[in-house]
Design a protein around this ligand. Structure first.
Ligand code: NAP
Length: 682
């Protein structure tokens, strides 16, 4: 008998109290492992996550969490060969395994990088700008995102045992939530191996990740308002979870990624001789055969113009005929096995049901030539292409979770859109077309029914990541039947896990709560110019009010000539006077900003190392010749960089005229040394 997979709970590995159910090799039918969670203490699991995991992660800033994710991704990259060996036992070819294993590790890298670049080195995130709530500026509102003192339960499908775990774990961890990972039993041996390596590395704080191998048992009963469940799997299981009392009555947030009848549309503009025709055929065949079609994003419905449908069917069939099925460890094999014999039976049943409305035009679900393996013992299946009869309903309803697709023909763009929408909400749709108007008409029609749309043509094909690949930076999920959930999408996935709260109060109170300076909040002047202060010495609210400077007509002339910006408002008195916005010659906005820099700068070498840009620049009131301006600069936000001896300082800049009216507002962005003089300098 093979080894019983263990769960990891409250800092220890746990062995179930029975022998467990066998899980077999998809290729050979041999037992790989046994799986059971009998006797697991689900209350202790959840309690450990809340009392140990959440506080430990939430004590770290986003940048520190991102740093740990980067170390973790590097570590897993170093030991991934072991995962490849196990992955082959799930029926995956090397290319399939790469999508799962390297794709998962790449997703962790992506979140590590985004966390550092797009989140503050803090534990809260500000959502948008503040809202002024009173006329005097003493009452403001600001939305913030804050971590929840809860746990993220992640229930995954069998088809991506590594990526499925890591794409949920990384954003949850960045958001401050500990994860309880529940892999699908069929491929849990691979997930367990990865979790062992994660834990052995000691990179993540204790309690950040726990594992349930076997049934989820009473796990959901233990969850409450601050917890969330991210589920990937069948619509059937999703319905059970949606009706769980913790979700219905207990305030537990549930995100669902369920089954999906994705389509690919061949544009009506495409001829058989166009490169788009080949791109379309290749994309359909790839999506049918990668992971043996066991991908939630695989193309199930192939929508083609009626007058070209025969050619499309022939071309796809010809390419499918070249696909070698068999043992994934054989180099000639393009498509491996399904995850289990039970899964193959399911797909055969689905093909039979599709037969009510469509005819098989390629492949035989009951017969396949297999290379390097026993066709009886492994879960092998031929790719199967069907062609729908007119009015077919089944292809829009039945998801064969294997290497199966159905060709449907359409007469007009409106009909193509209508057919795509009959999937009642899908993860992804491709349009292959080189016609911009077709792209717009189809995109606007199908977008409400899909989470993602790929427009593929000769121009982007070389770099396209393909129809079936969810990307860490783009949203993965779809409306309706696809589950209505959203995962990934860059920092969006982090914020999904957090609580958004509107904070109302005075500017001083908002500054205190958020650690970021708000307009109207107290400023601190002083003897020392803030540009002479290192990051360690600077405080939020440190400020400098500059001297005044008159802007003369000579200044404006000089700037116009010097830069070549001779726009009439700065050079032609009559034309400038005729424009009601100006009423005469006005200074260039960039002149005002440049003069302001001259007013606030401290010119000597010091802790301010560089200016790397401005944000939110607005010119509010024209500056006329002979107006006088001055500027107030205030430290708004301080972001130390963990990997450098400097950090970023965001300064609030307000330029006013002699009447006190704001003429320009913006944020100045600088890099400031953590200490000054810097180490090694005197
Ligand atoms: P499944 O049978 O629904 O299982 C999914 C997960 O739910 C497994 O971990 C399973 O554990 C667990 N589960 C089953 N019953 C449960 C219950 N009552 N309470 C809590 N957890 C429960 O789906 P599958 O057969 O593994 O996956 C295939 C389906 O997933 C396809 O329909 C496919 O379209 C969909 N899918 C969707 C996406 C997406 O991103 N939208 C991605 C991949 C797959 P056990 O294995 O231990 O039963």
């Amino acid at each position: 008998m093979s080894a019983l997979l263990e769960s990891y709970i409250a800092g220890q590995w746990f062995r179930a109290q029975d022998e467990g159910e066998p899980v077999v090799d998809a290729v050979t039918g041999e037992e790989v492992a046994r799986v059971s969670s009998r006797g697991l203490d689900y209350a202790a699991l959840v309690n450990h996550a809340r009392s140990v995991g959440a506080p430990a992660i939430q004590a770290l800033t986003f940048h520190e969490r991102a740093g740990l994710l980067k170390s973790l991704a590097k570590h897993l990259g170093g030991v991934k060969d072991e995962f490849y060996a196990l992955s082959a036992r799930t029926g995956a070819t090397r290319r399939d395994s790469m999508v799962d294993i390297d794709g998962g590790i790449g997703t962790v890298f992506s979140y590590a990088s985004k966390g550092t670049r797009e989140l503050p080195n803090d534990t809260i995130v500000l959502d948008g700008r503040f809202e002024p709530l009173g006329k005097q500026g003493t009452f403001l509102g600001q939305h913030i995102y804050i971590s929840r003192p809860g746990v993220a339960v992640q229930i995954n499908a069998f088809n991506f045992p590594v990526w499925g775990m890591l794409e949920k774990l990384a954003p949850a961890f960045l958001a401050g939530l500990p994860s309880i990972v529940k892999p699908a039993s069929q491929t849990a041996y691979l997930t367990e191996a990865v979790v062992r390596r994660i834990l052995e590395s000691g990179i993540l704080p204790e309690g950040s990740i726990q594992l349930v191998c076997g049934s989820a048992g009473t796990l959901l009963d233990e969850l409450t308002e601050q917890d969330c469940v991210a589920f990937t799997g069948s619509a059937h299981t999703a319905a059970i979870l949606r009706n769980h009392s913790s979700v219905l009555h207990g305030g537990v947030r549930l995100g669902v990624e369920a089954d999906s009848l994705n389509s690919a549309i061949l544009g009506p503009d495409v001829m058989t001789t166009d490169p788009e025709f080949d791109l379309f055929v290749k994309s359909v065949v790839t999506e049918m055969t990668v992971k043996a079609g066991q991908k939630c994003t695989a193309i199930r419905r192939v929508l083609v113009p009626v007058d070209i449908a025969d050619e499309v069917v022939d071309a796809i069939s010809a390419k499918l005929a070249k696909v070698t099925v068999g043992n994934p460890s054989d180099d000639s094999v393009r498509m491996g096995a399904l995850a289990s014999l039970a899964q193959r039976d399911e797909v055969r049943k689905a093909v039979e049901a599709l037969g009510n409305a469509a005819d098989i035009v390629f492949g035989d679900p009951n017969q396949v030539d297999v290379v390097g393996a026993d066709a009886e013992k492994g879960a092998f299946l031929s790719p199967v292409l069907l062609r729908a009869r007119p009015g077919a309903v089944e292809p829009h309803d039945i998801e064969p979770f294997g290497p199966v697709a159905t060709v449907l023909s359409y007469g007009s763009i409106a009909e193509a859109v209508e057919l795509a929408a009959r999937g009642r909400g899908s993860l992804v749709v491709s349009l292959v077309s080189h016609d911009p108007q077709v792209a717009r008409d189809v995109a606007l029609g199908v977008a409400p029914w899909h989470g993602r749309l790929l427009v593929l043509d000769r121009d982007d094909a070389g770099e396209s990541t393909g129809h079936g690949s969810p990307l860490p930076v783009l949203v993965h999920g779809g409306p309706g039947r696809a589950g209505g959930g959203e995962e990934l999408g860059g920092i969006r996935a982090v914020l999904h896990h957090m609580q958004r709260t509107a904070i109302q109060g005075s500017p001083d109170m908002l500054t205190a709560v958020t650690g970021q300076w708000f307009t109207g909040s107290r400023r601190r002047g002083g003897e020392v110019h803030p540009f002479r202060k290192s990051l360690a010495e600077l405080k939020i609210g440190d400020s400098i009010e500059s001297d005044s400077r008159q802007v003369t007509l000579d200044d404006i002339d000089h700037f116009a000539e010097f830069t070549g910006d001779t726009f009439y408002a700065h050079t032609d008195p009559e034309a400038a006077a005729a424009n009601a916005l100006f009423g005469g010659i006005v200074a260039h906005g960039y002149l005002v900003v440049s003069l302001a820099a001259g007013l606030f700068v401290e010119p000597n070498p010091g802790p301010v190392l560089a200016n790397f840009g401005v944000d939110n620049l607005r010119f509010l009131t024209p500056v006329k010749a002979e107006d006088t301006i001055r500027v107030t600069l205030t430290v708004k936000q301080i972001i130390p960089r963990s990997s450098a001896d400097y950090g970023e300082v965001r300064w609030d800049a307000v330029v006013i005229n002699q009447e006190g009216a704001a003429v320009a507002t913006y944020d100045v962005l600088t890099l400031v040394a953590k200490t000054w003089p810097q180490e090694g300098q005197n």
